[in-house]
Design a protein around this ligand. Structure first.
Ligand code: C2E
Ligand code: CA
Ligand code: CA
Ligand code: CA
Length: 278
């Protein structure tokens, strides 16, 4: 379960203690974590390949458990999904991210696109678009700076998904398809989905140097996106040669350890101010 390697080396490993007792206990603690303020967000910069500028960040949730330390979202998001707690946790994450984006837009950091991950349980909840509207209104977040990341697997109910996406687009927010290429959606309904951006899954980016097939897949996703008038972001970029290949292929943006790990808000500010001074 730890194929993410250095990305998760300092997270608590839930699977080692995966007894029913541990699970039930963790579920109870997850229930209290929101009230106890144990969640926080980190933000990973996204850079425009043509200019080298930071144009956005992706908000990623972290759980600072009182005794177990840092727990990875890969461990607790599935649990939060199963129990339905993801709806409240997801709304907290959205509100926190929007509050920060609004603050940044009024400081020297400047307006940055803020991408927030959605879970399917949130996306299919009947009043989801209204809850986004409320958060945008209450935080004063410029809606055009908000980007919602969905995955292909969340859009199984096609007509309902299209309806929800339309409602969200009406608010002025943008939609990205996360982990693109790993789901089961057919190209025909990509055509009918009102989305703005594709994020190429890091599994394709990781092997580009050694696998001809991965290079072809990445190049094909980039031209597919552009032919559909969509922006394209490559994830998991770790090396200069990956970045060069993506630039050659005309990829719009990249995100990954090559640019920066996910950072606390303050460190993002410092990163951007330092970058614009150099
Ligand atoms: P994701 O949305 O695909 O996020 C990208 C993951 O890749 C993040 O892991 C990020 O830290 C990691 N990453 C970024 N650059 C690199 C790189 O260059 N190399 C490698 N090896 N990894 C990189 P993280 O933060 O552990 O998040 C894991 C997953 O948990 C996310 O995958 C997303 O599906 C979910 N998640 C995170 N935050 C939230 C949230 O607020 N709500 C929901 N529903 N899901 C979330
Ligand atoms: Ca994501
Ligand atoms: Ca992803
Ligand atoms: Ca993922």
């Amino acid at each position: 379960a730890k194929e993410n390697g250095k990305n998760t080396y300092n997270f608590y490993d839930l699977s080692m203690n995966d007894s029913l007792f541990e699970r039930v206990q963790l579920e109870n603690e997850l229930r209290k974590a929101l009230d106890r303020g144990e969640f926080f967000l980190v933000y990973q910069p996204q850079v425009e390949l043509a200019s080298g500028k930071v144009v956005g960040v992706e908000a990623l949730i972290r759980w600072q458990h009182s005794s177990k330390g840092l727990i990875s979202p890969a461990e607790f998001i599935p649990l939060a999904e199963e129990t339905g707690m993801i709806v409240a946790i997801g709304e907290w994450a959205l509100r926190t991210a929007c509050t920060l984006a609004r603050r940044w837009s009024q400081t020297e950091v400047g307006p940055l696109r803020m991408s927030v991950n959605l879970s399917s349980r949130q996306f299919v909840s009947p009043d989801f678009a209204e809850s986004v509207e409320r958060v945008v209104r209450e935080t004063g977040m410029p809606p055009e700076l908000l980007d919602l990341e969905i995955t292909e697997s969340m859009t199984m109910d096609v007509s309902r998904s299209i309806e929800t996406l339309r409602q969200l687009k009406t608010l002025g927010v943008s939609i990205s398809i996360d982990d693109f290429g790993t789901g089961y959606s057919s190209l025909s309904y990509l055509k009918s989905f009102p989305v703005d951006r594709l994020k190429i899954d890091q599994s394709f980016v990781r092997q580009m140097h050694s696998e001809t097939k991965d290079r072809s897949i990445v190049a094909t996703i980039i031209s597919l996106a552009h032919n559909l008038n969509l922006q394209v972001v490559a994830e998991g970029v770790e090396t200069a040669s990956q970045s060069e290949f993506l630039a050659q292929q005309g990829c719009d943006e990249m995100q990954g350890y090559y640019i920066s790990k996910p950072l606390k808000a303050f460190d993002v500010e410092e990163f951007i101010i330092r970058k614009s001074a150099s």
